[in-house]
Write a protein that binds this ligand. Structure first.
Ligand SMILES: NC(=O)c1ccc[n+]([C@@H]2O[C@H](COP(=O)([O-])OP(=O)(O)OC[C@H]3O[C@@H](n4cnc5c(N)ncnc54)[C@H](OP(=O)(O)O)[C@@H]3O)[C@@H](O)[C@H]2O)c1
Length: 241
C-alpha cells in the first residue's frame, strides 16, 4: 500500500509552508486539496474556503472534504501565534492559540481517520515549531506547539498497527507572512532571534516542505512518532530565542 490513489489535505494551504508542500506534491503529479480563508486563483489544486478558527465552519469543511476525497495524507499546517508576555496573556489569546493549533489538528485528524483506517494506510504530519523548546514572550504558542508533540507521539502509538504514521516537523524562523506579522524586523527581539540561528539565515518554505515530504512518503512507513527540527540549528544553539 502506497497511498498513491489518495489525496493529501493541507490546512492553511495557500501561503508559506502550506503552499510550498502543495507545490512540491502537485509538481510530482500527486493529488492535493487545500483549505484557507481567502480564495487564491493561483493555488495549483482544489481549494476549500473556511475559517478553521471557527468550530462550526471547520467541522463542516472537514466533513465535506472527507466525503468528497479519500484523504490518505494530512498536513496539519495551520497555526496561530499571539506574542504576549506572561503577565499580559489574555483569555482570548489563550483560547485562540490553543484552538487554532490543537483543536483544528484534532478535528482534521478525526475527520480523515476513517478513510485511512479503511485503506490501511495513512500519513499525518503535524507542524509544530522550534518554539516548543521555549519562546520568550510567546509562551502560549510554545505550549500549543509542545502539545502537538504530545499528540504526535500518542497518536503514533495508537495508529501504529493500522499502517498510519504520525510525525511532526518543528521549523525555526521561516520567511513567511506569519513570521513577518509576529516578528516585525525593527524589533530588537526579532534581530536577536535571527542572529541566534547558527546557519545565519532564515529558512525557506521549500526547505520545510522537503522534510514534510519525507514523512508523507510511502517509504517512511517505519518512521513514526518523531519530531524533526528544521531550524538552521536553532534547537541546538546555546542562545535562547
Ligand atoms: N513561519 C515561521 O517562521 C514558522 C516557524 C515555525 C512554525 N511555523 C508554523 O508553520 C505553520 C504555517 O505557517 P506559515 O508561516 O507558513 O504561515 P503563512 O505563510 O502565514 O500562511 C498561512 C496559511 O494558512 C491560511 N490560514 C491562516 N489562518 C487560517 C484560518 N484560521 N483558517 C484557514 N486558513 C488559515 C492562510 O490563508 P488565509 O489567510 O487566506 O486564510 C495561509 O494560506 C503554522 O502552524 C506555524 O505556526 C511557522
Amino acid at each position: 500500500m502506497t497511498g498513491g490513489e489518495g489525496f493529501t489535505l493541507v490546512t492553511g494551504a495557500t501561503k508559506g509552508i502550506g503552499r510550498a508542500i502543495t507545490e512540491r506534491l502537485v509538481a510530482r503529479g500527486e493529488r492535493v486539496v487545500g483549505i484557507a480563508r481567502s480564495a487564491d486563483a493561483s493555488y495549483p489544486a482544489p481549494l476549500l474556503l473556511a475559517d478553521l478558527a471557527d468550530a462550526q465552519a471547520r467541522r463542516a469543511v472537514f466533513a465535506a472534504v472527507a466525503a468528497r476525497h479519500p484523504i490518505l495524507r494530512l498536513v496539519n499546517n495551520v497555526g496561530l501565534n499571539r506574542m504576549q508576555p506572561l503577565a499580559e496573556i489574555t483569555p482570548e489569546a489563550y483560547q485562540d492559540v490553543l484552538d487554532t493549533n490543537l483543536r483544528v489538528t484534532l478535528d482534521a485528524t478525526q475527520a480523515v481517520l476513517p478513510a485511512m483506517r479503511e485503506a490501511g494506510f495513512g500519513r499525518i504530519v503535524n507542524i509544530s515549531s522550534r518554539s516548543l523548546l521555549g519562546r520568550h514572550g510567546g509562551s502560549m504558542y510554545a505550549a500549543a506547539k509542545a502539545a502537538l508533540v504530545g499528540f504526535t507521539r500518542s497518536w503514533a502509538l495508537e495508529l501504529a498497527s493500522s499502517g498510519i504514521t504520525v510525525n511532526c516537523v518543528a521549523p525555526g524562523p521561516v520567511a513567511t507572512e506569519m513570521f513577518a506579522r509576529n516578528n516585525p524586523p525593527e524589533l530588537p527581539r526579532t534581530k536577536a532571534m535571527l542572529a541566534a540561528v547558527p546557519v545565519g539565515r532564515m529558512g525557506e518554505p521549500a526547505e520545510i516542505a522537503a522534510a514534510i515530504d519525507y514523512f508523507l512518503s510511502a517509504e517512511a512507513g517505519f518512521t513514526t512518532g518523531q519530531t524533526l527540527f528544521v531550524c538552521g540549528g536553532a534547537s541546538i544553539s546555546q542562545v535562547h530565542l
